[in-house]
Design a protein around this ligand. Sequence first.
Ligand code: FPP
Length: 251
Amino acid sequence: MSAAPAPTASNGDDVSRPGHVAIIMDGNGRWATSRGLPRAVGHERGVEALRRTVEAAQKLGLETLTVFSFSTENWRRPASEVSALFGLLKAYVKRDLDRLTREGVRIRVLGTRAGLPADILALVERAEQRTRDNAKFNLCIAFNYGGREELVRAAQAAIKAGLEGKLDPDSLNEDTFEQFLDTSDLPDPDLLIRTSGESRLSNFLIWQAAYTELVFMDVLWPDFGESHLREAIETYMARERRFGGLASGAA
Ligand code: FPP
């Protein structure tokens, strides 16, 4: 059996700098409660941190930024908080879409569309359509996203393709399966950051993060900015990625 080809960094051979950074934006609630403010205010400040981070990511030469904005598990939160998060997505897209389009940003929304209200669906589709030809920077917003749900949806799509005669089951391998994921045309993240001091993946990009470098930071998401992104990138650059192989010079 021949060895599987070694994965590489998302920006080709240059393993020294990350091309794709993913972020679990955690700590909005704690940021607000520690100041005696409603949790929704923490999420509002979280959107400001997202704006700063998108700008910093473009400035620092990243190609793709993927952020976890609403998980399939977040439906368990009080209806008022769910509604606040939906409102923030709408406000973000409405306020920033023109500028992001001008800046050459392509927007993708990862996750299941099932259960999303019609106005959110229309907004998401408009943002994706308007920016589909942009190629300077990818902003992927994981909204109503869960890694296991994505894998089940991908498996369903692969089985359906098989039943329709469009996919030979024997040809199914990691590469062909990836075509059914929400991230089919994106490289895997090189670096995944989680803020707020928690050290879990929480069902985020569980397939795509198989070889991703994880950086957990103590800062709460509303306080995150360019300096934190730089710090995470520096931590990443000091690591050696082996993708299951040997350290360089060890062979
Ligand atoms: C986790 O903090 C954060 C979320 C569940 C939502 C993240 C959302 C934003 C940053 C703003 C929304 C952005 C868009 C584009 C919709 P938490 O509430 O779990 O914080 P906690 O762990 O301190 O309670």
